[in-house]
Design a protein around this ligand. Structure first.
Ligand code: B12
Length: 474
């Protein structure tokens, strides 16, 4: 059997190290057809890649590229540089086998990253079936340049977002069997995906580019099986995190999953990102609480009526107010994310969102405020920016500094508004302030251990922030 080495090139440990779900799914899918091994670069950062390549002696190497940059204008860190320096560059010194790229970050810039890294092939979008076809074509000596979603140095095949309609036909991942899960049990989470696709129309977002617009759902029973089996292997300490672009879309799917988890009386600890205000209801929150959700992320981006329209968020002010009310009613710890600076943003619309934060959001919940929208290819924002003359058609979007700021909220002014708003509100943090002071983090850890706190870390940190401020330490 031919050997495939899959390399996780993500070394980013903020906000916590996340397990490489994508390559674990691919490994499960290719089991029995290829001898697959995973090298997890998250903690080793490429140091033992040479010995892994020498001892496993792969016929192909797949590199998973998740992050391109931080999507924070103030921090223009470019992750692809590190991917080349720590992984692809050194690996090329030890072997001449075909190098294949894939992953969510890669999918946004398939041609550019292939060129930057000098790899042989790339697959945009989900890797399972596409990688199988590509490996077959390489083995048979065929030209792979016409295969769906495959990029080569000479050209690429047609782009087909989402190759499989019945997502349940694929095996689910068993992350902890594919790699050493120990370092993730303390700070990390077990990632789980309940569907692919995002049908929302948000103008700046890359998710539909990565996953396609059509929802392809897993069955609630397969999701519950995965959680049940992983819980049995890993014990009750593990937190399951849903990584869908938006958890509560399309309406009804999240509810069905929760019902299945409740029916099985599973006591797993769960959290999710991507709660969209559009389809929230008392029933959804009740089910989520019952099922074991201990924390959620809500991502409205704006609470200004005109900005919600301009960003094509697809929800109304009533939706977002109802969502804030339900979060308080069910006491579900939440992190809120607002994104300022889109087309039409100005001081007035900025203030409208602040009013919402002040009047509706639980002060014990955390609010992140970011300024500037990363311009991605294939998005409506790219077309708007081009039409406004904000960027030219020859701009290199791979650079981590290409952000959109409206005329009414210029970069520096917006940064000042956000900084000031966050100074005035103890539960608000600017998007660029991603880590709390080390002393506060250490104090929070001691406090959590001493008092056996099982609240989300952000709640402990918010309390300390208030105490430090009162004591003049901030
Ligand atoms: C969930 C999520 C998060 C969660 C992660 C929680 C968790 N437990 O994993 C949170 C909120 C913590 C997060 C944080 C960040 N995220 Co994020 N996140 C996502 C999201 C929505 C889904 C990722 C995911 O797990 N997908 C599910 C898995 C199964 O899919 P996958 O990994 O893509 O794998 C499939 C394919 O890509 C492919 N594939 C993968 N690897 C390989 C390898 C080969 C060889 C092949 C052929 C194919 C292949 O096949 C896989 C199976 O189908 C994506 C957007 C998206 N829709 O993809 C953004 C996304 C990946 N995040 C992004 C970013 C930037 C970040 C942060 C850097 C933001 C920040 N400043 O904090 C951090 C980094 C965190 C870290 N430690 O790495 C960007 C990356 C692009 C970019 N601009 O750099 C994305 C694309 C969103 C965006 N802005 O466009 N994120």
């Amino acid at each position: 059997m031919k050997k495939l080495l899959l390399v996780n090139t993500n070394t980013e440990k903020f906000p916590y190290p996340i397990p490489p779900l994508g390559i674990c799914l691919i490994a499960s899918f290719l089991k029995g057809r290829y001898d697959v091994s995973i090298y997890n670069g998250m903690f080793d950062e490429g140091l033992s890649l040479e010995s892994v390549i020498r001892s496993f002696n792969p016929d192909f190497i797949g590199f998973s590229i998740r992050n391109v940059d931080e999507v924070v204008p103030e921090k223009a860190r470019f992750f692809i540089e590190g991917v080349y320096r720590n992984f692809i560059g050194p690996a090329r010194k030890y072997t001449n086998v075909p190098f294949i790229l894939g992953g969510s970050g890669y999918t946004i810039f398939p041609k550019e990253i292939l060129e930057y890294t000098g790899a042989d092939y790339g697959i945009a979008g989900e890797g399972e079936e596409a990688l199988l076809s590509l490996l077959g074509a390489i083995e048979r000596g065929e030209d792979a340049g016409s295969l769906c979603n495959v990029f080569t140095r000479r050209g690429h095949g047609p782009g087909v977002p989402g190759v499989l309609n019945d997502y349940s036909l694929r095996p689910y991942s068993t992350i902890d069997k594919n790699l050493d899960f120990t370092p993730y049990t303390e700070r990390g989470v077990y990632s789980i995906q309940t569907k692919k696709g995002c049908a929302l129309q948000c103008i700046y977002c890359s998710y539909p580019v990565i996953e396609g617009r059509k929802y392809r759902l897993r069955t609630p029973s397969s999701i519950a099986d995965e959680i049940e089996q992983a819980s049995a292997r890993l014990g009750s300490g593990v937190t399951f995190e849903f990584v869908d672009s938006t958890f509560n879309e399309p309406k009804g799917h999240a509810e069905e999953i929760c019902r299945e988890l409740i029916r099985r009386k599973m006591k797993a600890r769960m959290r999710t990102m991507g709660i969209n205000p559009r389809n929230t209801s008392r029933e959804l929150f009740h089910l989520m609480k019952e099922a074991g959700f201990t924390q959620i992320d809500v991502t409205p981006d704006s609470a200004s009526p005109s900005m919600i329209k301009n960003l094509r968020k697809g929800f109304t002010m009533d939706d977002i107010k109802r969502t804030a009310g339900l979060i308080r009613e069910f006491d579900l710890p939440s992190m809120w994310f607002f994104l300022y600076g889109g087309p039409g943003e100005n001081r007035g619309t900025f203030n409208e969102t602040l009013d919402f934060i002040d009047n509706y959001i639980n002060p014990d919940d955390l609010v992140y405020m970011s300024g500037g929208l990363r311009i991605y290819p294939g998005t409506p924002l790219f077309d708007i920016a081009l039409k406004e003359g904000y960027i030219s058609s020859s701009v290199n979007l791979l650079q981590p500094s290409v952000f959109y700021f409206s005329k009414g909220s210029p970069r520096e002014e917006l940064k000042e508004w956000i900084t000031l708003a966050c100074i005035e509100r103890m539960n608000c943090l600017p998007g660029y302030e991603t880590t709390p002071p080390p002393g506060m983090l250490a104090e929070a850890s001691v406090l959590r251990q001493k008092q056996s706190l099982d609240e989300p870390m952000f709640r402990t940190l918010l309390r300390l922030r208030r105490e430090w401020k009162a004591a003049g330490k901030l």
